[in-house]
Design a protein around this ligand. Structure first.
Ligand code: AMP
Ligand code: GLY
Length: 436
């Protein structure tokens, strides 16, 4: 069978790579894809992105089903459009995607269904926002209401940065329309966990847990990013905590969405804050897999992903069992110069071709591509085209060995201006960042 994956990042590379491992799958097209995807046997980039063109392609090629990676096409209604054209697609509808696309909708939903989350108020008027902030004090969190690729959040430790964030979003329009409305939210302390499930409208299958590293620099310093590295499983999530997470934060979404008439099919990702006394709070919901969490999770998945997705599309997830590699997987993001602000593109990436032959022989690592394309003088170089460029992902018997292996491989890759954290997994290894 032939499949289609929508997107171009490391998450889509990992999903397509995993889907293609099924003996049932002959080809996975990725629209629009990236240079790493083009180099994989059985994967092919498809340089189109408009929904009508994708529908035409899926029909002409008899695509068995489509999997959507990022939030933007979901928010644009790709699932509604494919379903109207009688095509099978895995993802939530435009209405259900409001859970991610509008933070205000999401907070309101959580309130209505009794899901634990930080207290908040929302504003479009800067004067009212500043007044509210003066009453609440810092630390406090300022968030753009709309989609901002993981960059619309300012965790303000002092009043001046909180006031500045309000002005940036509401006065200077730094986030465009996404920031024309903001939320001011109570600051929560604890350890963050990514909890992802597959849902078919009624049933759910939990994926392995993971932990992202959102800040740009070692020791969780610097600005928020889309994610600089992740590992799976997240050691703090015991089976007891996992059950509580499902009952307190996942089942209410599946039930509530069905009750609201937007039955939820797709990946559902809860970004959680777990306090020291194991109180669970939802920071956000995403209507998709996480990036970079997908990369280590796919490296650990032993089950046939194409079967899982097919069961989910058919509403039969209660029939599946999911199997994981017992090892830890850890992914390190290599980001371009300037990320997450003004990104420089066009830097040549060295060391990849030497690694590809090793990669084919060993099954303990994979370099997933994101912002890459073929370029250079004779179009033979792989060059950077986006903020997050690669996610070097490796397996190990424990977090330390997975971490060691991932950095050993990352050290063989070079591009000018590369930014990389050196402490991915530090909450589990309990060690300070390695000196570089
Ligand atoms: P979000 O996009 O809402 O997940 O926020 C991005 C990041 O900002 C989260 O992963 C947290 O690290 C941080 N963050 C968001 N909301 C809060 C909060 N209420 N308290 C503390 N940190 C937060
Ligand atoms: N890694 C965070 C996200 O995908 O939103």
């Amino acid at each position: 069978m032939k499949l289609l994956v929508i997107g171009s990042g490391g998450r889509e590379h990992a999903l397509a790579w995993k889907l293609n491992q099924s003996p049932r799958v002959h080809k996975v097209f990725v629209a629009p894809g990236n240079a790493g995807i083009a180099l994989e046997d059985g994967l092919e980039n498809l340089p189109i992105s408009s929904i009508p063109e994708l529908i035409e392609f899926a029909k002409n090629e008899s695509i068995m089903f489509t999997v959507v990676g990022p939030e933007a096409p979901l928010a644009a209604g790709i699932v509604n459009a494919f379903r109207s054209a009688n095509l099978r697609i895995f993802g939530p509808t435009q209405q259900a995607t409001q859970l991610e696309a509008s933070k205000e909708y999401s907070k309101d939903f959580m309130k209505r269904y009794g899901i634990p989350t930080a207290a908040y108020a929302s504003f479009s008027d800067p004067t009212e926002a500043h007044e509210y902030l003066n009453k609440k004090g810092a630390p406090i969190v300022i968030k753009a209401d709309g989609l901002a690729a993981g960059k619309g959040v300012e965790v303000a430790m002092d009043m001046s940065s909180a006031h500045a964030a309000i002005d940036a979003m509401l006065v200077s329009n730094s986030m465009g329309a996404a920031g024309s409305r903001i939320l001011i939210e109570e600051f929560l302390q604890g350890e963050e966990v990514s909890f992802i499930v597959m849902a078919d409208g009624h049933h759910l299958v939990p994926f392995a847990t993971s932990q992202d590293h959102k800040r740009l620099k070692d020791g969780d310093q610097g600005p928020n990013t889309g994610g600089m590295g992740a590992y799976s499983p997240a050691s703090i999530v015991t089976s007891e905590l996992s059950t509580r997470i499902i009952n307190e934060t996942i089942k209410p979404v599946i039930r509530g969405m069905a009750q609201d008439g937007h039955s939820y099919t797709g990946f559902l990702y809860a970004g959680l804050m777990i306090s020291q006394n194991e109180e669970i709070n939802v920071l956000e919901y995403n209507c998709r897999m996480g990036d970079p969490e997908t990369q280590p999770i796919m490296l650990r998945l032993k089950s046939d992903l194409s079967m899982l997705v097919e069961h989910a599309i058919e509403g039969k997830l209660e029939e599946v069992e999911i199997e994981w590699d017992h090892r830890v997987a850890l992914g390190v993001v290599m980001a371009a110069y300037g990320y997450p602000k003004k990104v420089r593109i066009g830097d040549i990436i060295y060391g990849l071709s030497e690694l590809t032959s090793v990669e084919k022989l060993s099954n303990d690592f994979h370099v997933f591509h994101a912002g890459t394309k073929m370029g250079g003088g004779d179009n033979k170089d792989i060059i950077t085209t986006g903020g997050r460029v690669l996610c070097v992902t490796a397996l190990g018997e424990n977090v330390n060995t997975a971490q060691h292996r991932a950095y050993e491989i990352a050290d063989k890759i070079y591009f000018e201006g590369c930014q990389m954290r050196h402490d991915i997994g530090y909450l589990a290894t309990n060690s300070l960042p390695q000196e570089k």
